[in-house]
Design a protein around this ligand. Sequence first.
Ligand SMILES: [Zn+2]
Length: 213
Amino acid sequence: MGHPDIEPVVAQVQIPPGVLGPSPMAFEVRSFVMAGPGGVVLVDTCIPGSTELIGRAVARVGAEWRDVTDIVLTHRHFDHTGGLAETAELAIGATIWAGAEDAREIPFENGRAVRPLADGQEVGPLRVLRTPGHTPGHVSLLKEESSLLLIGDLVGSVDGALSFGPAAFMADPALNHRSLQRMVDLEPERILFSHGGEVPYPGDAIRQLLDRS
Ligand SMILES: [Zn+2]
């Protein structure tokens, strides 16, 4: 048996009462470890304290931290970038990337820059697609040969149903929905969210959601 070429990392986020509203909130956030011929790409770094979870996923693809060539951040939000400093310390050889408008907003103070991604750029086995809206610099990542698309927070799922998440975190809903429509038009077989698991027939489900939105 060989190793899988993509492994999710699922971290639990607990928000205390008074931060996002009067009630506490709990949700899950996902990073992805992607193995390619040239090394391993880590997509997002979850929250602080996630390196053990991420390290286990790196091992599941048959690699070690030193094999991580790139860390790609889908967008600036804390639940996707909060673990960056710790993660970068272990992935010492990795280049760190994010969409240009978000790269400059991601705090990172131990000497390694977050480099801006260009639309269409290749990072390991992934092609970068600019998908602004949720944040100005949000990017999605396409693995063409396996028809797999990572769409970050363009939309997510909760208990198997699609969800756009809290409105407070959506910079420009109309632009987000246009970006999401473009991604669905690529007709990928699998669509992976940064919050929540995969849904069956994701393209159909997302089209129906966009029609209602
Ligand atoms: Zn977000």
